[in-house]
Design a protein around this ligand. Structure first.
Ligand code: EPZ
Length: 438
């Protein structure tokens, strides 16, 4: 068990670079299953979720080599001989279900543990399964596993895999990112044309499509809500660089807004964060881009202004930055309101923030934030990845010492988080339980 100890109130200054995007890397790693030869991925972040996806791929008998120092991952899926993503890995990381689309597409069969709910919501996979069915697969749920097969489904095993999926017209009830990705990967080797209507439009979807296209897939319309995929017979290996992580960039934006100084964030792509950056501007923070991929934040003497925020799929305000911006708004005098529209349970961190002196009330899917003069350091826990990052930011801004527990959540998605913040001047220390016992 490790924690972060933060001595708050230090001014942040300098330059920090954003790592590769977790939510792109994980899907592209899963998509590597589709290639008949080696895939080389650059800019893979060295984070826990990537380690879990490496384990998933190894469980399927793929060969995987991760050069952490260089952030390069090599995947060779030619020897895959297993079609099962086991519960212990899916339970650890829901994104493991993203191997279902590629396995079904390439081998006509898959058995994947049903993920169940998590700390931010129920997070079903019904839209993924409905889409597989539309593509001609049959699904059954047995003993906590979904078994999908493009051939005839046999009880307890993932079908014969003798058939290919068939292109179809799919209408998503909600622009789910995971469903869009799983179905896009399922359709690339299907017979004929697939259309995904009401598709998700996040930059990570475009990154995944660009990767698939570099393998030989035929995809158009990504970045719009209507994606067209014309199935091809085979996909080859490729070399590809993962896009930078917008949510990490947004996290550093808020750290700087709370504690800067002048902070320059490299590999922060403004257009992927536009509505977030505009909301930051609305609070009175001086935020600008010096190029398409550099954002600069300067401390302003003025008091912050409260704002209203509603989370929505892209191009709306990203739900993953909701807990992070709540910390900033908790110090903006007046009433801010955040409405969470994507997940039903993403305010678990609020009680922890209130223990640090924030004044936030939850009413259904709204958080009513009454800005306070200052936060005060306290022991708090990370409920999930972004809630954990929010606690760290609160600690940086607070008076006194904050200890953030359960930081394994944070390590799932932020590469060298405390080191990057430390390089900007934050006083943050990683403490292992064993150090504390000495
Ligand atoms: C992705 O999750 C991200 N995870 C999440 O980031 C992010 O919060 C989320 O998209 C929304 O932007 C990864 O990319 C690994 P969805 P995903 O399918 O794909 C409902 C982080 O902190 N839904 O777009 O699982 C679902 O319950 C993480 O990095 C169904 O009802 O999100 C949710 O309410 C956390 N049925 C909404 O749709 C389905 O079949 C959006 O989910 C699928 C989804």
């Amino acid at each position: 068990m490790s924690s972060f100890i933060i001595n708050g109130g230090k001014i942040l200054n300098g330059k920090v670079a954003v790592s590769g995007a977790k939510n792109s890397a994980l899907k592209i790693m899963a998509a590597s299953i589709l290639g008949s030869s080696k895939v080389i991925l650059e800019n893979i972040p060295d984070i826990e979720d990537v380690n879990t996806m490496v384990q998933v791929l190894k469980t399927l008998d793929a060969e995987v080599k991760f050069d952490r120092g260089k952030n390069i991952l090599e995947i060779n899926s030619s020897a895959i001989d297993s079609y099962e993503a086991p519960y212990e890995l899916v339970r650890k990381m829901r994104a493991s279900v993203l191997v279902a689309g590629p396995l079904l597409s390439r081998f006509g069969r898959v058995k994947v543990a049903v993920p169940g709910g998590c700390n931010i919501g129920a997070r079903q996979i019904d839209l993924h399964l409905k889409g597989f069915e539309a593509l001609g697969a049959s699904n059954s749920i047995e003993h906590g596993y979904v078994i999908s097969s493009a051939g005839k489904n046999t009880k307890g095993c993932a079908g014969t895999g003798a058939h290919r999926l068939t292109g179809a017209n799919i209408n998503l009830d909600f622009p789910s990112r995971g469903a869009t990705e799983n179905l896009m990967m399922a359709a690339v080797l299907a017979k004929g044309e697939t259309t995904i209507n009401n598709a998700a439009r996040e930059a990570e979807i475009i990154d995944l499509a660009d990767f698939l296209i570099s393998m030989g897939a035929d995809i158009s319309g990504v970045g719009t809500d209507c994606i067209k995929i014309r199935g091809v017979k085979k996909l080859a290996g490729t070399k590809y660089r993962i896009m930078p992580d917008s949510i990490e960039a947004g996290t550093f934006v808020v750290a700087a807004a709370l504690c800067g100084g002048i902070v320059e964030i490299a590999d922060a792509i403004w257009k992927n964060l536009e509505i977030f950056c505009l909301k930051i501007k609305e609070t009175g923070i001086d935020i600008n881009r010096t190029s398409d991929n550099t954002i600069i934040i300067k401390k302003t003497a003025k008091k912050l202004k409260p704002v209203y925020i509603s989370t929505l799929p892209y191009p709306g305000f990203p739900t993953d930055l909701q807990p992070v911006i709540a910390v900033l708004l908790s110090t903006a005098p007046g009433i801010s309101i955040i409405t969470e529209n994507v997940f039903e349970n993403r305010f678990m961190y609020v009680e922890e923030l209130n223990r640090m002196g924030a004044n936030i009330k939850i009413d259904g899917h709204h958080a009513v934030i009454n800005g306070v003069d200052r936060l005060s350091g306290a022991p708090v826990k990370a409920f999930d990845l972004r809630a954990g990052a929010a606690m760290v930011l609160a600690g940086l801004a607070a008076e006194g010492v904050t200890e953030v527990y359960d930081i394994y959540h944070i390590n799932r998605g932020y590469e060298r988080f405390e080191k990057k913040l430390g390089s900007l001047g934050a006083d943050i220390k990683l403490v292992n339980q064993t150090d504390m016992n000495v």
